[in-house]
Ligand binder design. Structure first.
Ligand code: KG4
Ligand code: ZN
Length: 343
């Protein structure tokens, strides 16, 4: 791949409940605007129909803001990159249609991007606060929709070593939070309370799942039964023990993730480990990874907070890498709710 000068990518991400637009100059981020949709909080989860309507409202201002913050004229844009999938179909359709129209309007090529590849390739954004892994490396992608351990041989040669068989790790956080009566999205709140609690106060069973796969639905059920049992004896149980409960849930989740990651590193003998996805914003996971750096000699790669949760900058870096390879797509492209990482 020959790096070329002065490629400007305008990127759009709309796979779930964040509308985001970014501008990259080569592999550097000039702007990364994220419009978070608050409307879902009242419903305890993302409502697909409301998400796509909010994307329609947010997408034009987000793109305008991204261009304004980057301080470039839209005539300079070299290509439009957009999230094709996986995600909510109605949400993806908004970004896809908008990207297609923009590519016609600006007379520039269109580049489709797989959201999960983007979480992994976010590590290739050039940023003084981040270091870039070399190939091969192991990626742990943990988000509200996915949990995967991936062997990354090159930018576009990836192999899924294991993934969740049911709930994603973000869902495990969010559903546990819901059981505890916390608002959506509960992941960051569970983390907040966990910081003040004793991780060994309560114990929850770890699932027995083969190979490098995960399962989180059993954990959610055992938390539900535990809370029901305890509140029968003491209706104030959750309120009185919120910190310890959250710390114990988090301890179990991080333990499950790290056990599998250690196995994957052992089996592949690849000890460069990178994390990505919304849940990698969690400092307990970051700390667990750093711990393995010390004790097991791993090289660890942790993206900046704003490149962990859904954002268009990560779509832009994939756009840039595909631009260098001349990998463009035509106007016949459609959004893909189920879009495999390796297809
Ligand atoms: O990658 P992302 O922004 O969207 C998806 O593609 O799903 O991930 C969102 C998920 C949510 O489940 C949210 O609760 C979780 O990431 N999350 C966290 C934290 N910040 C976001 N989970 C635990 N601790 C956090 N600090
Ligand atoms: Zn995501």
């Amino acid at each position: 791949m020959n790096p070329q000068k002065n490629i400007y990518i305008l990127a759009i991400e709309s796979s779930c409940d964040d509308t985001s637009a970014a501008v990259l100059h080569n592999n550097k981020v000039l702007s990364n605007v994220v419009a978070t949709q608050k409307i879902h909080e009242a419903y305890g989860g993302v409502v697909p129909e409301l998400a796509s309507r909010a994307h329609q409202q947010n997408i034009v201002p987000a793109v305008h803001q991204a261009l304004a913050k980057a301080n470039i004229d839209k005539k300079l844009v070299s290509a439009i990159a957009f999230t094709r999938g996986p995600g909510l179909l109605g949400s993806l359709l908004v970004g896809t249609s908008f990207a297609k129209s923009l590519s016609i309007g600006l007379e520039v090529p269109l580049i489709e991007v797989n959201h999960m590849q983007a979480h992994i390739l976010s590590h290739f954004i050039s940023d003084p606060e981040m270091k870039t892994p070399s190939f091969p490396f192991i990626a742990l992608t943990i988000s509200g929709g996915h949990t995967q351990i991936v062997l990354v041989r090159s930018y576009f040669d990836m192999e899924i070593l294991g993934e969740t068989l049911d709930d994603a790790v973000g869902e495990a956080y969010d559903k546990s939070a819901k059981i505890l009566g916390l608002p959506y999205p509960g992941g960051p709140l569970v983390y907040k309370y966990a910081q003040l609690g004793n991780p060994k106060a309560f114990s929850f069973p770890k699932p027995k799942v083969k190979d490098f796969n995960f399962s989180f639905s059993g954990l959610k059920t055992s938390i539900l039964y535990f809370v029901q049992r305890e509140t029968k004896n003491n209706p104030e149980f959750v309120k009185e023990n919120i910190n310890d409960i959250c710390a114990s849930i988090q301890y179990t989740i991080v333990g499950i993730l790290m056990d599998k990651l250690e196995k994957a590193v052992k089996k592949t003998a690849v000890n460069q480990v990178a994390i990505g996805g919304g849940v990698s914003a969690n400092s307990a996971i970051r700390a667990a990874l750093k711990e393995r750096k010390k004790t097991l000699g791993w090289d660890t790669y942790i993206p900046k907070f704003e490149y962990c949760t859904d954002n268009a900058a990560m779509i832009g870096i994939v756009g840039y890498l595909k631009y260098l390879e001349g990998e463009f797509t035509d106007q016949g492209i459609t959004a893909k709710a189920r879009y495999k990482l390796t297809s």
